[in-house]
Design a protein around this ligand. Sequence first.
Ligand code: NAD
Ligand code: DAU
Length: 339
Amino acid sequence: MTILVTGGAGFIGANFLYWELREHPEDRLVCVDALTYAGNLRSLEKAMKAENFRFVKADICDRKAIFDLFEEEKPDIVVNFAAETHVDRSVENPGVFLQTNILGTQTLMDACRRYGTKRFHQVATDEVYGDLPLDRPDLFFTEETPIHASSPYSASKAGADLLVMAYARTFGLPVSITRCSNNYGPYQFPEKLIPLMISRAMSDQPLPVYGTGENVRDWLYVDDHCAAIDLVMRKGREGEVYNVGGHNERTNLEVVKTILRALDKPESLITFVKDRPGHDRRYAIDPEKIHRELGWLPQTAFDQGIQATIRWYLDNKGWWEEILAGDYQQYYQRMYGNR
Ligand code: NAD
Ligand code: DAU
């Protein structure tokens, strides 16, 4: 089988490619990535050595490049990770989010229609459900929770999900969607909470916590997400949405304090800064459907996964130091300078 993976030079895509190379060496993997600021070929160095792996630099919005590639590869399955993914950047510049996340998804689905792809799998997010109040721990997002996006990022991902379901209904495209909670693990770009705090704590720099730090996220180790996507794209029912999450809820402050303890750094590094506009309060997934239908269960407890992640960032300083030394400096100044 040929599996076309978009956005594979990013965080989850790279982990997914390694998952597939390990678990399904019989399949051919074609990775398409535009190598935006978030894409990093260093993350794919080991994959590049595999005979059943091919990397193609292309934008998913580039209809000609995508159709030419489909003509050549005729993929059996397409998994769409490619996206603009950082909420704060979507507040600064929404346009590129709508372009890539909605129109890029459309281009890929048009190519799937033309070339008879057997499954288009959309990697979606729990953020499409909006947020939950902090004082109702009994509430969870199910697949029936109405779409209610808060940021330009989540609105663009919600738009993509609606389009995926519309292509299934109107054109009979064989699709599936997974909506996952916050991931963490190796190769995550250090603009996101966990790698940002690990890298800054390691350099004894202040840790910028938004608002009061009481917002809650439901953390999932990236390999558990990869396992869920693999199951759904191969065995999940066509036209269905599956929520993915592991009941690992933590406040941001708890996460930051865990990182500081593990690195033996003082809590005085924590600096409360101005809140993110429209900041979602709590995400919490009910993963009952994927468990019942496909037997998926997360394998990594948060306490174990966070230690493994911290160890990876300690062992791979070169990977993230190179990123921090580039354009990221200006981004940090713009985003945090006046907070
Ligand atoms: P990321 O930002 O680390 O990587 C995104 C990748 O997509 C990069 O390699 C980038 O170069 C590529 N890309 C961006 N625009 C492109 C374009 N126009 N054409 C081709 N490639 C392009 O993202 P991530 O955190 O790995 O997220 C991957 C997917 O999973 C996204 O769709 C995201 O919405 C979804 N998701 C992420 C999380 C999370 O916690 N990170 C949780 C749930 C769902
Ligand atoms: O829930 C899934 C989503 O998780 C994905 O769809 C997104 O692509 C991914 O970026 C992530 O979104 P979040 O906004 O939850 O992740 P982020 O790492 O940006 O922030 C996590 C929490 O930490 C959030 O409450 C904001 C807070 N935060 C973040 C940063 C970067 C801080 O307090 N300080 C910071 O500097």
